[in-house]
Write a protein that binds this ligand. Structure first.
Ligand SMILES: Cc1ncc(COP(=O)(O)O)c(C=O)c1O
Length: 549
C-alpha cells in the first residue's frame, strides 16, 4: 500500500490521488472526492474544470510554461526588469557568479550613506463605490464537494468567522497567505486549556502542571506525526517561521561561518528568509548567493547547481513562494545540496497547510513553519531539525526551562528541544496547534492538496477572463497564491473595492520585495486560497474584479 512515509517529499498529484483514494476509499473518488455517480448531476459545479487541460503526467515539472496558461491571452509574466534597490548592492541577475556581501542598517544609517531604501509603494486614493449589488452564493454545491472525510460545506461550518458579515456582505477570506482562520476545534481546545489545564509546564508537582505539560508534549507529538519526523525531540516550539529561521541562522549556521563563506537562498524568499542570513553574513563576513527563477517564477535548478563552491556552507529555500505560489522543486534542491555536503533549511510557511509534508522522505535538515498559517493560533511555530544538528547547534536564548544545572562557574543546558525553549513559551498556542493538525489529519492532507489544486486551476481560469488582469507567477506547479495587477488601478484601489464587497485579499509587497522586483513590480494584489475556500469565493472575486472594466 502507498503510505505517506514512502512518498518522496512532495508527491506527484497522481500519487496523491492514489493515496487519497486509499486513505478514504469510500469518500475520495471522482473529481471532488466522492464517487461521481453519487454527485447529483444538477449540483456538480459546471465551471470547475476537472483538469483535462492539466498535465497530470508532469504535474511538478519545473521550468517552462504550462500550456494551459500559455493558451490564455490575458496571462502574462512581464519581462524581467530590475528596479533600483540599495545603490551599491549588486543587482539580482541570473549570473550565478553574483554574490552579496549584505549591508543591513537602520533607515538613518542608510540616509547617511546616501542610500535609497524603497518604502512600500505609496498607493492611490480610495475610489471604492459602496454598491450594494449582491454576489449570489450557493451552498448546495459545497455540499457536493467532498474533501477527504468532510464536505466543503461541513468544513466551512467548522470555521465560525466565515459567517461574519463585512460591509454588509458575507466574508470571503482570501488572505490565507497572511494568516488562516481557526476552526471551532482549535477555539474549543484553547478554551478547554484555559478552563481546565492552565499552568506553566515542566515545573511543579501539582496536577495542573502535569496536565499542561501533557497537553504541550502531546502537541509536540502531533507535530512530529503530521510532518513525519522521526522523534518529538526534533520538534522545537518557537513563535513562528521568522523566529525559527533566526534560530537556525544563529544557533547552527553562524558558528560554522568564516569570512568569504557562502549561504544560498532563492530569489523567491520572504524577507524572513533573507534578512536573518544577511545579519549573520554581515557579522561573519560571509556572502549570500541567490538562485534565480525563470519567467514563470520557477527556480532554475542548473543555475542553482552552479552556485556551489567549496565555500558554500548552507542553503535556505522556500517550499512555496508567498507571492507567486510557486512550489519549488524542493526534493532536487535538497538532494543537490547534500551531494555537495551542504545542509538545507526549507521554509514551509506557505506549504505546510496546502501540501502533505514528510520531512523524513524529503531528507530535509531543518523545516520551519508558523502555526497561524495552518489554522492554529498566532505566536506558535515549529523548527524541525535533525537530531544530530540540533545537538550540534548552540542554544539560541538562555534562561529558565532550558537548563539542567546553573552555577556562577558553569551552566549545563538540557538536550534539544528544551535547550532552545528558554523561558515560558506559548503553551496554549502549542496545544491549539496540535488541535489544528489533528483537524487537518482527520480530513486528510492529500485530499486537501487535491481540492486546493482544482480550486487554484478554476481560479486562474476565471480570473484570466478579467480584462487587464496580469498574473505574477505562472509556474506549472503552484499552490494557494494568485498574485496579480490590474491595468489602470492601484493595488490598493483593487483591495479596497474588494473589501467593500466583503472580500479580503492582501495588497502591497507581501514582505518579498526581491521577487516582485524581479518581475518589475513594487506591489501586487494577492488572493491566497485555503481548504475552506469555495468556487463561490472565486466567483465573488471575479465578479467584483469585472466591475473595474
Ligand atoms: C514564505 C514565508 N516565510 C516566512 C514568513 C514569516 O512568517 P511569520 O510572520 O509567521 O513568522 C511568511 C509570512 O508570510 C512567509 O510567507
Amino acid at each position: 500500500m502507498t503510505t505517506i512515509e514512502n512518498l518522496a517529499g512532495v508527491p506527484s498529484a497522481g500519487e496523491l490521488s492514489i493515496l487519497a483514494n486509499e486513505m478514504f476509499p469510500d469518500l475520495t473518488e471522482g473529481a471532488y472526492g466522492v464517487p461521481e455517480t453519487d454527485i447529483p448531476v444538477a449540483s456538480v459545479p459546471e465551471t470547475v474544470p476537472v483538469s483535462e487541460e492539466f498535465d497530470w503526467e508532469h504535474p511538478f515539472a519545473y521550468g517552462g510554461g504550462d500550456p494551459y496558461f500559455q493558451s490564455v491571452e490575458e496571462v502574462s509574466a512581464p519581462e524581467a526588469e530590475y528596479l533600483p534597490g540599495i545603490a551599491d548592492m549588486p543587482v539580482v541577475t541570473t549570473d550565478s557568479s553574483t554574490s552579496y556581501a549584505p549591508a543591513v542598517m537602520s533607515q538613518t544609517q542608510a540616509k547617511e550613506h546616501d542610500r535609497k531604501i524603497d518604502a512600500p509603494t505609496s498607493l492611490g486614493g480610495d475610489k471604492v463605490t459602496s454598491s450594494k449589488s449582491e454576489v449570489e452564493r450557493s451552498t448546495s454545491r459545497n455540499d457536493s464537494i467532498r474533501i477527504g472525510s468532510k464536505t466543503l460545506a461541513q468544513i466551512r461550518d467548522d470555521f465560525p468567522i466565515l459567517k461574519e458579515q463585512i460591509n454588509g456582505h458575507q466574508l470571503v477570506w482570501l488572505d490565507n497567505g497572511a494568516t488562516t482562520q481557526r476552526p471551532q476545534a482549535v477555539i474549543d481546545r484553547l478554551k478547554y486549556y484555559y478552563e481546565h489545564e492552565n499552568s506553566n509546564v515542566h515545573r511543579g508537582a501539582h496536577t495542573l502542571a502535569a496536565r499542561s505539560t501533557d497537553a504541550y508534549e502531546d502537541a509536540r507529538d502531533t507535530v512530529r506525526d503530521f510532518i513525519g519526523a522521526p522523534s518529538s525531540d526534533e520538534i522545537v516550539f518557537v513563535r513562528g517561521t521568522t523566529e525559527g529561521i533566526n534560530l537556525v541562522a544563529n544557533a547552527y549556521v553562524k558558528p560554522l561561518l568564516e569570512p568569504g563563506d557562502e549561504i544560498i537562498v532563492s530569489i523567491l524568499e520572504h524577507h524572513a528568509n533573507i534578512v536573518p542570513w544577511q545579519l549573520v553574513a554581515q557579522a561573519t563576513g560571509a556572502v549570500i548567493k541567490v538562485i534565480p527563477c525563470d519567467e514563470t517564477g520557477q527556480l532554475i535548478l542548473h543555475e542553482y547547481e552552479k552556485l556551489f563552491t567549496p565555500k558554500t556552507k548552507f542553503v535556505s529555500v522556500t517550499h512555496v513562494s508567498n507571492v507567486l505560489g510557486t512550489v519549488t522543486p524542493i526534493e532536487e534542491i535538497i538532494a543537490i545540496a547534500h551531494r555537495h555536503g551542504v545542509r538545507v533549511l526549507v521554509d514551509g510557511a506557505q506549504s505546510v497547510a496546502h501540501i502533505p509534508v514528510n520531512v523524513s522522505a524529503l531528507d530535509v535538515d531543518f523545516f520551519v513553519f508558523s502555526g497561524h498559517k495552518i489554522f492554529a493560533p498566532t505566536g506558535i511555530g515549529v523548527v524541525y531539525g535533525k537530531k544530530e544538528l540540533l545537538e550540534a547547534a548552540q542554544p539560541y536564548h538562555g534562561g529558565g526551562n532550558m537548563i539542567a544545572d546553573v552555577t556562577f562557574e558553569r551552566t549545563i543546558y538540557n538536550p534539544a528541544p528544551n535547550k532552545f525553549e528558554a523561558g515560558t513559551g506559548s503553551i496554549a498556542d502549542a496545544v491549539g496547534l496540535g488541535a489544528a493538525l489533528k483537524y487537518l489529519s482527520q480530513i486528510g492532507m492529500p485530499c486537501v492538496y487535491r481540492w486546493e489544486h482544482e480550486l487554484l486551476q478554476y481560479a486562474m481560469k476565471e480570473m484570466s477572463t478579467v480584462k487587464g488582469l496580469h498574473f505574477i507567477g505562472t509556474a506549472l506547479n503552484k499552490a494557494s497564491a494568485l498574485a496579480f495587477t490590474l491595468d489602470g488601478y492601484s493595488d490598493e484601489e483593487v483591495g479596497k473595492r474588494l473589501d467593500a464587497y466583503g472580500i479580503a485579499v492582501r495588497t502591497g509587497h507581501h514582505c518579498a520585495q526581491p521577487v516582485l522586483r524581479r518581475f518589475g513590480y513594487e506591489s501586487s494584489v494577492r488572493p491566497t486560497l485555503a481548504l475552506y475556500n469555495s468556487p463561490d469565493d472565486i466567483d465573488a472575486l471575479v465578479k467584483v474584479l469585472k466591475t473595474f472594466a
